[in-house]
Design a protein around this ligand. Structure first.
Ligand code: SF4
Length: 319
C-alpha cells in the first residue's frame, strides 16, 4: 500500500476543492492580496506557479485543519447559531472581495454585533500581529461595514500553533474609514497593475519566505536588502534569546561544576522531585586528520567522506 503517492495525489484534489470555494482568484482582488506584495500578487495571477510540493500542500492544509477544529470547538461550546463561515463580502464598484473565516452576529453574551474572526495557523505565534494581517482584517471589516452601514463591526485575529498547542487572540480591530479608503486604493492599484496601467513593485516582508517568485525578485538581489519591520522584530527576538541562552549556558557550566563536585565521577541519587546521575565516559580514539594528511598523503583523499552543506544564520547587533 503506497500511502505517500496516494496522499500526494489526494492532497492536490483537496487543495483544488478548497481553493474552488474562493472562486476564480484571477478575477478579483482578495483581502489577502491587499495585504501582500504587489509583485507577488500580480505574478500569482498572471503567471501562476506549477503545483506546490507535498510539504507546501501539507502546510496549506494546516489552515483547513485549524478551521475545522475551531468549528468543532465553537459548536461544542453551544454557539453554532451565532456564526457563519467563509462569508463572502464584495465592494459595490470594484472587483474587490473578502472571504471571512468566521462571522459572528452576536457576542457570546447574546449582545448584537458583527465580529469577524480571521484564523491564522502558524508555526510560532508572533508577539505582535504582522502588518499584512492587519491590512487583511481591516479590509474585511471595511467591506462588511459597506454591507451593514448601521451596525457596529469589529474583528479579531486568532493565531493558532497546533504543534505547540498554543493560541493567542489579537483583539480590538474596529472600522476605520481612513484605513479602509487606503486599502481600497491599494486594491485599485493592484487592478491597475494587472491591467498593465502600473508596474507592480516588490514589497519585502516575512511572507517572502513562502514566495514562488523570489529567485528573480529585484528586492532580494540588491547588495544589501532593507529588512522589513516584522523581520527585524523577529531577528531582534532571536538576538535576545541567543543572549539568554548564552547566559544560561554559562550558569549551567558553573552549576555543573558544583554538582560534579558533590557527586564525583560516578553517582546516582534522588529526592522526591529530582533524579541526579553522574557517569564517566572513558577516553576514545579518533583519527587526526592533519596528521593523516601529512604522513599518508596518498591515503587521505581515499578516506574523505562528503558532508552535506547547510545554511548558516548569523544574527548580530549592527555595527
Ligand atoms: S520575494 Fe518578497 S518582495 Fe519579492 S516578489 Fe516575493 S513577496 Fe514580493
Amino acid at each position: 500500500m503506497d500511502l505517500l503517492s496516494f496522499i500526494e495525489h489526494a492532497l492536490v484534489e483537496l487543495n483544488h476543492s478548497k481553493s474552488a470555494e474562493l472562486g476564480n482568484r484571477m478575477q478579483y482582488i482578495g483581502s489577502s492580496d491587499v495585504g501582500s506584495c504587489p509583485r507577488k500578487v500580480c505574478l500569482q495571477k498572471t503567471c501562476p506557479a506549477g503545483l506546490p510540493d507535498l510539504s507546501t500542500m501539507l502546510k496549506f492544509s494546516r489552515g483547513h485543519v485549524a478551521e475545522t477544529l475551531l468549528i468543532e470547538i465553537f459548536n461544542a461550546g453551544g454557539v453554532k447559531q451565532l456564526y457563519d463561515t467563509q462569508v463572502e463580502v464584495c465592494h459595490p464598484v470594484y472587483p474587490l472581495k473578502a472571504h471571512i473565516d468566521f462571522l459572528f452576529y452576536a457576542d457570546f453574551n447574546g449582545k448584537q454585533q458583527l465580529h469577524i474572526v480571521e484564523l491564522k495557523s502558524v508555526s510560532g505565534i508572533p508577539d505582535e500581529t504582522y502588518p499584512q494581517w492587519i491590512d487583511q482584517i481591516n479590509f474585511q471589516i471595511g467591506l462588511l461595514k459597506l454591507k451593514y452601514p448601521k451596525q457596529k463591526v469589529g474583528g479579531s485575529i486568532l493565531a493558532i500553533d497546533l504543534n505547540a498547542g498554543e493560541l493567542k487572540q489579537f483583539d480590538g480591530f474596529e472600522y476605520n474609514e481612513t484605513l479602509f479608503s487606503y486599502l481600497v486604493g491599494k486594491g485599485a492599484h493592484l487592478l491597475d497593475c494587472l491591467n498593465g496601467i502600473e508596474e507592480p513593485q516588490p514589497a519585502p516582508s516575512f511572507l517572502c519566505a513562502y514566495c514562488n517568485y523570489r529567485s528573480d525578485c529585484p528586492s532580494m538581489t540588491v547588495p544589501e536588502v532593507e529588512l522589513p519591520p516584522e523581520v527585524e522584530a523577529l531577528a531582534s527576538r532571536y538576538l535576545k534569546l541567543s543572549e539568554v541562552r548564552h547566559a544560561a549556558d554559562t550558569k549551567l557550566r558553573n552549576i555543573t561544576e558544583g554538582l560534579l563536585g558533590f557527586t564525583g565521577p560516578s553517582f546516582r541519587g534522588r529526592s522526591d522531585s529530582i533524579e541526579l546521575i553522574a557517569s564517566t565516559v572513558g577516553p576514545t580514539a579518533m583519527v587526526d586528520g592533519k596528521l593523516l594528511k601529512l604522513q599518508y598523503p596518498d591515503v587521505y583523499p581515499a578516506v574523505l567522506k562528503e558532508r552535506a552543506g547547510f545554511t548558516k544564520l548569523e544574527c548580530r547587533p549592527a555595527a
